[in-house]
Write a new protein. Sequence first.
Length: 267
Amino acid sequence: MTFGFPTSPAARHVALPLLLLPVGLVLGGAWVWPIACLMAVLAAAEDDTRALLIWYGVALGCDPQALLLAPFVLALAIQRRTSPMLLACAALVAAAILLARAVLGDAAALPFPLDVPLSRGAPNLWVLAQALPGIGALPLTGLALAATVGAGAAYAAWFSARKLYRHTVPDAALLCALVMTAVLPATDIAVLAVADVLALTLAMATRRDPARWRVAGLALGGSAIALFAAPEAAPLAAALLVIATLLQARAVLKPAANDNPLMARTA
């Protein structure tokens, strides 16, 4: 699966990170990290673990919201028995970008802010919970952090023990993006871009699959609603994204006809 990129793998995974880095440093990582995350998924679908980790290091260095795909990257690294040296190189890429941003005076380069709001504009489970009567006043930050760690660990454990083939990698990545979007606190509207692009690309790749279009429609609809400033927009958008997550989880996690644990829908 090529996601429609016409350039060669060498150009995508070597030249493009070098081009994105200056842009990311100038913009403080804004809107660069979703592109790097999508390129990481593309590299994973091409069985290029080295490029996957390089792209993910770029994404994580540009913005800590790239933790959105951390369970997916961890699961593939475990499954493919990635060498510690390669993992260290990816961590060095992220650290180098963070250091460069800090030197340039980017205050947002602090990877773990001291204050962790439930949302910076992105719809998630916590925005939905705060809209419910009797829950909005409760302190939910600790629960949000615990749910994020738990959901990420469960995802990584499940997929690291099951073979991900090239045609199932994008579906697994979309599920990770949707799940983590729902539980990850302190995220802004840019976090929706990864799930939206993945969902739309998969739907367009298999145009006769209504299930994919339902997931894509819910994800894109939730993202569009989240752009409105009305107080009820964020909870409604969060509800749509949760439904999309449940549909994608049911499709990906259900046993296939040949008893494989991961559905083998060919893109």
